[in-house]
Design a binder for this molecule. Structure first.
Ligand code: ADP
Ligand code: TZD
Ligand code: MG
Length: 581
């Protein structure tokens, strides 16, 4: 369009004369509003500062962070919890790269988000002429995201936003990168011409029903099952199919096993919850329904303890997911809501399930739960506390506050919390998920609190907390109802690592068992607690949740609480003793 004036960054440009003229930034904000975006997470600077100001002025809540990775984790969590893309805004070069780690993580986890990054002027980037924050961002992003686009002209912005939105949420959700050049952001357009660019996109998230043949095949397989089980993944939580799953379970009486973030889609403590029977299901189930769960490393990629005879019905929106690790007898490719509707409607009145299957799982659950309760009870008053002591204090408080969203990362802190705390509501557990990465904590807390308005409790290992700790200040700045609980055992796995060289340097796993994380909270005006006993912890957590204000609880654990996970035998310290330096 001839009305466009583009300039290079750094070249003085006349300001637009509002209201007859608008800039690329105005168009971008309006395009985002048009598709329903109401929140943006980010960290500003050249060339996006003004964009954030405009967004804030035009009704988009702007949540500014201390580090782009955390802003990205917030956007991803927002996307997961709302089924609409979370938006991350970054500056060029390092800001872009910092944010990209979160966008990549969102893609791996199937969370919808859009990273919008300003980028420098194209020509000197392409000719490697050393421009301000010059980096070929689009090409760097491409292999790590679901889709990547660059927009060079303001006329193209509304189309680019709609495409980014569609890519983020349609089919398998994921992270999308939208590169907006500095000249495009600053370009001035005639407002009347800009008005003509906008349109209401039709059917932004189309349903994708499965084929009737695939449904019949799956029903037929289930009808033959003697020992069926359902594995619920976070795809089901995302797709909000808890009512349909409940109907399926009520109708068929099939037991279910949730993956970590699917805990609570159906209640962990329900009569058909087979959470404690994972190994038995792997070894004995003859037909397993995978509902929004990938047969990836978290399910031993279909090998290991799995019986070679188990047959799978896999419900997933992504056809490429089928057969990735072992043959799937009955793939049902489609969106979960449509697929489950069709599947439930086609089920026979009665299945041929072995009458001893469910009672045997229930008996096993009872025994295992009793053993677990005994273990918690045995540690209930140990001081200095270990992970189990702390969790026995936390468990009743969380049970009394079921609508609080739980954020959880660490190693022992992750595993033990997941095993101890029952979830009863869907989408109330957010953790380090498919990549098992540390550093999703504070961002996820902010995203969860902002997207839902609910209270959040994060249970963080001391190492895990360190990755995102500075963004506790963002929780405080935005006065969010978030309580961060830090399990301080002084290290990665524990605080008793040994420096094999015998020098005064700490061991690779050693952190600061005497660190007072509560003082970090004091710096930003949070309610803070330093607790050394289970009674103090339980009281502090109860009070912190009730306050609906930012709070930080430093939980002093024993340095020897926790074991190293993921042993690679020949790389362990015991083996290192034999290495001559
Ligand atoms: P978990 O880690 O809980 O096992 P995964 O992230 O491995 O879960 O798997 C989630 C799966 O859900 C992905 O394969 C994804 O394609 C699928 N999925 C996401 N949204 C939908 C949807 N609306 N309908 C069907 N499948 C979906
Ligand atoms: N870096 C990143 C980004 N992700 C990782 N998963 C790791 C490093 C390795 N790692 C783990 O897998 S768990 C963990 C690290 C550093 C921290 C465990 O210590 P913690 O929890 O203090 O958080 P516990 O309770 O002491 O086990
Ligand atoms: Mg630790």
């Amino acid at each position: 369009m001839s009305t466009t004036t583009t300039t290079n960054a750094g070249t003085p440009q006349a300001a637009p004369s509002y209201p007859s003229q608008v800039t690329g930034m105005d168009i971008l904000v309006r395009a985002l509003r048009m598709v329903g975006i109401d929140t943006m997470y980010g960290l500003v600077g050249i060339p996006v500062t003004e964009l954030a100001y405009i967004a804030q002025a035009r009704g988009i809540r702007f949540v500014g962070f201390r580090h782009e990775q955390q802003a990205g984790m917030a956007a991803a969590t927002h996307g997961y919890l709302t089924k609409t893309p979370g938006v991350l805004l970054t500056v060029s070069s390092l800001g872009f790269l910092n944010g990209l780690t979160a966008t990549a993580n969102a893609t791996v986890n199937c969370y919808p988000m859009i990273q919008i990054s300003g980028s420098s002027v194209r020509e000197p980037i392409d000719l490697l002429q050393g421009t301000y924050e010059g980096l070929d961002q689009l090409n760097i992003a491409k292999p790590l995201v679901k889709a990547a686009y660059r927009v060079n002209k303001p006329e193209d912005i509304p189309t680019a936003v709609v495409r980014a939105y569609r890519a983020a949420v349609s089919g398998r959700p994921g992270g999308v990168y939208l590169d907006v050049t500095t000249p495009c952001l600053g370009a001035i357009m005639n407002a009347a011409d800009a008005d003509k660019l906008f349109y209401e996109p039709v059917d932004l998230v189309p349903s994708m029903p499965p084929s009737s043949e695939s449904v019949s095949r799956a029903v037929e397989l289930l009808a033959s099952a003697k020992k069926p089980a359902i594995i619920i993944g976070k795809g089901a939580a995302y797709a909000r199919v808890e009512d349909k799953l409940k109907a399926l379970v009520d109708k068929t009486g099939i037991p279910y096993l949730p993956m970590s973030m699917a805990k609570g889609v159906l209640p962990d403590n329900g009569p058909l919850s087979a959470m404690a029977c994972r190994s038995t299901i792997m070894a004995e189930a003859d037909v397993v329904l995978l509902v929004g769960a990938r047969l990836n490393w978290l399910l031993s990629r279909g090998h290991g303890k799995w019986s070679a005879d188990t047959k799978f019905i896999q419900f997933d929106i992504d056809p490429e997911e089928i057969d990735i690790n072992r043959p799937i007898a009955a793939p049902v490719v489609g969106d979960l809501a449509s697929s489950l509707d069709a599947f439930i409607a086609a089920l026979p009145a009665k299945l041929s399930v072995d009458p001893t299957w469910v009672p045997s799982l229930q008996a096993q659950t009872k025994t295992k739960n009793a053993k677990f309760a005994e273990r918690l009870q045995a540690n209930v008053s140990v001081v200095p506390m270990d992970h189990w002591t702390a969790l026995s204090a936390i468990k009743p408080v969380m049970a009394a506050n079921p609508d609080v969203i739980l954020v959880n990362e660490g190693a022992n802190t992750l595993d033990d919390t997941r095993d101890t705390l029952d979830m009863t509501l869907p989408r109330h557990r957010i953790d380090c998920a498919t990549w098992a990465i540390m550093g999703m904590g504070m961002g996820s807390c902010v995203g969860a609190a902002v997207a839902t308005g609910k209270s959040v409790v994060a249970i963080e290992g001391d190492s895990a907390f360190g990755f995102s700790g500075m963004d506790f200040s963002t929780i405080c700045r935005f006065k969010l109802p978030v309580t961060v609980v830090i399990f301080n055992n002084g290290g990665i796995y524990n605080g008793v690592g040994v420096n094999m060289a015998g020098t005064s340097d700490p061991a690779p796993t050693t952190l600061d068992v005497r660190a007072r994380y509560d003082k970090l909270g004091d710096a930003f005006g949070a309610k803070t607690y330093y607790v050394t006993t289970p009674a103090e912890l339980s009281q502090a957590l109860t009070e912190a949740i009730a306050s609906k204000a930012p709070a930080l609880i430093d939980v002093q654990l024993a340095a020897d609480s926790g074991k190293e996970s993921g042993h690679i035998g020949y790389l362990n310290p015991a083996a290192l003793e034999h290495i001559e330096v």
